[in-house]
Ligand binder design. Sequence first.
Ligand code: SAM
Length: 270
Amino acid sequence: MTLVVCGLPIGNPDDISPRVLQNLREADVIAAEDTRTAARLLQKHGLAKKIISFYDHNELERTPQIIKMLQAGQTVALISEAGMPLISDPGYHLVAAAREAGLAVDVIPGPTALITALAASGLPTDRFAFESFLPGKSAARQKTLLALQDDSRTLIFYEAPHRINETLQDIARIFPERQCFVARELTKKYQEFLRGAAAEILAKLKTPRGEFVIVLAGRNAAASADIPPEAKKLLAALQKAGLPDSQCVDITAETFRLARNHLKKIIYSL
Ligand code: SAM
């Protein structure tokens, strides 16, 4: 009948919503990325349900089977091991197929690591790009990062503990000045937030364990972050007074001993 995409906690079990539990209770079948985690979750909440596996490597094969269940009038709840299904997790093909077949799809939102990290980062949230996991090999990773160099949106990456150091090294190489934020073990006992340039964060992360989200300032935010608020105020005041842009930049650069180039980058966004 309905495919219900259910968001689970990203670490803290108390973040499960009553509506997710109600939908799991009412589902005929639970399609789970990790059947053992799902079984434990259902047991904890006193639910006995049919669970079928639904992970990266059987998503394509499972999709037509689940479509048949839905067409036969069953309600199927889709869950990931943690967080929102479809977000760096399986589910996209299934939702697309259900939509294509004209079947009902519902979603019960829950936490997702990228939004949780972004909200904690102190970096601009109005425009952002989620890049999921960067490539595992350094050459490909650097190429991807270089392609993002001019992106003015806040950039968000997922990273595994065995790659976080290498990835931060590449970020430090390509974006040495940019403000970076690393969220480790969000919502869990050892939650940790690290802020600064990538090289500074790297120095604090000796033997990294756990799960990581990297949030990186976009291009303009980086330029703007280097400029003290007083300088921005002066620049805006001079501009408001009607001085030509080049003069506003010259006066502010001289007053605060700042690079003209940095000021030029932000004057147009004032
Ligand atoms: N579907 C999940 C979501 O909605 O966020 C993401 C699944 S993805 C396979 C797993 C990655 O998400 C981890 O390697 C890590 O980068 C990030 N992640 C998930 N939970 C996290 C947490 N509690 N703290 C930090 N990062 C987390």
